[in-house]
Design a protein around this ligand. Structure first.
Ligand SMILES: Nc1ncnc2c1ncn2[C@@H]1O[C@H](COP(=O)(O)OP(=O)(O)OP(=O)(O)O)[C@@H](O)[C@H]1O
Length: 621
């Protein structure tokens, strides 16, 4: 229809978009330069090679981001051509591999693969193979697939999926084929080549690859866009403008126009805008936005935990997690079970949950189950009617459940209650109702229940000391408070939070703490957790006469390392003297309320010697 160098052809080459015209037989009549560029036809690559086919013993290097879904059509089974027979490799997996083609010398292939459900930034294989340095990598984040053989690297950019392959000649180890963009149009998909199809030459050796006169399905795999294109060309009334379409695995924006002459269909035109670059930018932007969103959410999460649980000091990963869970628990009305060693802050957390819940304007009633005698606990919890038992108040008594109505009832040390009370509690939690002792009137529970224990309840259940059904009933929303020794980084913020409180409580005036003392606090193991830290600080505040707490004011055993050395009894005399010297200086400073002149006099040493020793022992003054 068109002359080879016709005016129309030259004209369409000037268009910035890809322009393809096919006739009513699906034969390509115009295929402008931009279309060739988009689909890698007439692409002038860096490296040249002649035409040929993969032969026995050739080294084949593959990097496939999504087996079976790339446009190279690689299947897990076809990997057998390079010696990979692994039934765990599935369609959709990513693989980087090197192997010898149809090799009966049994050269073992090397490969790394990753299932599609695993998130990865990069998949990489690197090493010597058959005397040549090979690397094959897929950079998912930047959309680059690269194969290096010796000094030469062959890269292809991709948007969604890609199948890349480089072949080295068995004898010379020189590159004899490599994949570049446009391989679908050239009909050089990996699978076909592995099955023995010939490849075309490239670079300086590129044979004239004229698509004019070829059927459109020869050049483009028959996806729905090309099918529609053909349908429009043969007479169907399909047309669209600027629609997102994929052709040969490349994202494009297409416009389809049927072409009629004298009322008769003569073919169709497909105009293509290459948007792979834009798509990449968009996906990068989307990813950046997602990261930003994630960061913002994390920050606002952290801000929220700080704002809503201000009394709960600590910013370690462990305590932050506890705070996050606590805020979630506060939003639900399920029973919360707080577990953890004594003194870790379970009661404090229960209060914080209450304060952040919808029950916050109503009472928070805390009851330590171990501190109330067993005989009284039932009547304390449920209350009693006047005259219910000998010694009962005449007017009866409101129980803690009733007192906590519409608020929160915190049952601390739940692991301590007797088996008979456990059954009653189970009933109450199940039925959400109870009877006052000596009453036949049913009472409804509208309080939120939080329970806590420092016992290992699972172990208690196994030993028959705690009812299994009650354990399951209260274990709805468990929160584990980690011991302080497992979150030492909280010590600083705990001291900052607790010290002013302790100073106020003891009426000793504001006091600070020396770096040395902080370091000592940091090195201690705290079997009694935060409560023990609080007690240590309280004692120190009372001991320190000046404004600063020094390590000599802290009633803690020596630090972990020193404990260990001490336990072995292997400390050298020099070390002992050294420690004693340090302690003496600290004590002198503390005893003189931080007044160095007096400390120097008390120690009866020279000023220079004093400052030298202070420096040597790293004493903060
Ligand atoms: N994160 C924290 N921030 C500030 N103070 C804390 C923190 N955790 C615990 N404390 C303080 O430590 C002390 C012990 O806390 P709490 O009574 O809540 O511990 P507990 O785990 O309930 O102890 P027990 O198991 O013995 O009942 C309290 O005085 C509390 O104020």
């Amino acid at each position: 229809m068109f002359e080879k160098d016709s005016f129309e052809r030259q004209f369409t080459d000037m268009i910035h978009d890809g322009f393809i015209f096919i006739d009513t037989m699906g034969i390509i009549q115009i295929y402008n330069s931009k279309a060739k560029e988009i689909f890698g036809i007439d692409y002038k690559p860096e490296y040249s090679h002649s035409s040929g086919k993969i032969e026995k013993g050739d080294i084949v290097i593959i990097a496939d981001s999504c087996i079976g879904k790339d446009d190279g059509g690689l299947s897990p089974e076809s990997l057998k051509y390079i010696g990979i027979r692994n039934s765990n490799i599935k369609t959709g997996d990513a693989i980087v591999a090197v192997g010898s083609y149809c090799d009966d010398r049994r050269l073992v292939p090397k490969y790394v693969y990753s299932s599609s459900d695993r998130l990865h930034d990069k998949l990489e294989l690197e090493g010597m193979y058959h005397g040549i340095h090979i690397s094959s990598s897929i950079d998912f984040e930047n959309g680059i697939v690269a194969v290096t053989a010796g000094q030469d690297t062959y890269k292809i950019e991709f948007v969604k999926c890609i199948g890349h392959m480089v072949v080295l000649d068995a004898a010379t180890k020189k590159m004899k084929f490599y994949q570049t963009k446009g391989y679908t149009a050239r009909g050089e998909d990996i699978n076909a080549l592995l099955k023995g199809k010939e490849f075309r030459s490239k670079g300086n050796d590129t044979e004239l690859f004229d698509v004019i006169g070829k059927n459109v399905f020869e050049i483009h795999n028959g996806n729905s866009t090309i099918k529609e294109f053909y349908e429009a060309a043969v007479g169907n009334d399909i047309r669209y403008t600027d629609e997102y379409k994929e052709i040969n695995g490349r994202p494009t924006i297409c416009s389809l126009h049927p072409v009629d002459k004298n009322g008769k269909r003569t073919g169709a035109v497909l105009i293509i805008k290459d948007i792979s670059e834009i798509k990449k930018i968009i996906s990068e932007r989307d990813e950046a936005l997602q990261n930003l969103f994630r960061m913002e959410r994390k920050l606002s999460d952290e801000e929220a935990t700080e704002k809503l649980l201000p009394d709960l000091a600590g910013d370690s990963r462990e305590i932050t997690n506890v705070k996050r869970l606590a805020l979630k628990a506060a939003k639900s009305n399920s029973t919360v079970l707080i577990l953890g060693e004594s003194g870790t802050g379970k009661s404090m957390l229960a209060k914080a949950i209450h304060e952040n819940s919808s029950y916050c304007n109503n009472p928070f009633i805390a009851v330590n189950c171990s501190s109330i005698p067993e005989t009284l606990l039932e009547s304390e919890l449920f209350g009693y009617e006047g005259g219910a038992f000998t010694g009962a108040k005449t007017g009866g008594k409101i129980g803690l459940f009733e007192a906590a109505q519409n608020g929160t009832l915190f049952l601390d040390e739940i692991g301590e209650i007797s088996m008979s009370l456990q059954s009653k509690l189970l009933q109450v939690l199940q039925d959400k109702s109870y009877y006052k002792v000596g009453s036949k009137d049913i009472k409804r529970i509208d309080a939120r229940i939080i329970v806590a224990t420092n016992r290992n309840l699972e172990e208690e259940v196994q030993k028959g000391r705690f009812r299994e059904d009650l354990y399951y009933r209260i274990n709805v929303f468990p929160i584990w408070m980690p011991p302080l020794r497992e979150r030492r980084e909280d010590i600083y913020s705990l001291v900052r939070n607790i010290l002013p409180r302790v100073c106020e409580r003891t009426g000793c005036g504001d006091k600070g703490i020396s770096g040395e003392a902080l370091r000592l606090l940091y090195s201690y193991d705290y079997p009694g957790n935060v409560r023990e830290l609080e007690n240590i600080l309280e004692r120190a505040v009372n001991m320190a006469e000046g404004k600063t707490i020094f390590s000599s004011h802290l009633a803690v055993k020596r630090n972990r390392q020193q404990n260990k050395a001490g336990a072995k009894g292997l400390r050298k005399l020099k070390e002992i003297i050294n420690d004693a010297e340090k302690e003496a200086i600290e004590e002198a400073i503390a005893a003189n309320n931080g007044d160095y002149k007096s400390a120097i006099m008390a120690l009866d040493i020279g000023k220079t010697a004093f400052y030298e020793k202070v420096k040597k022992h790293n004493i903060i003054i």
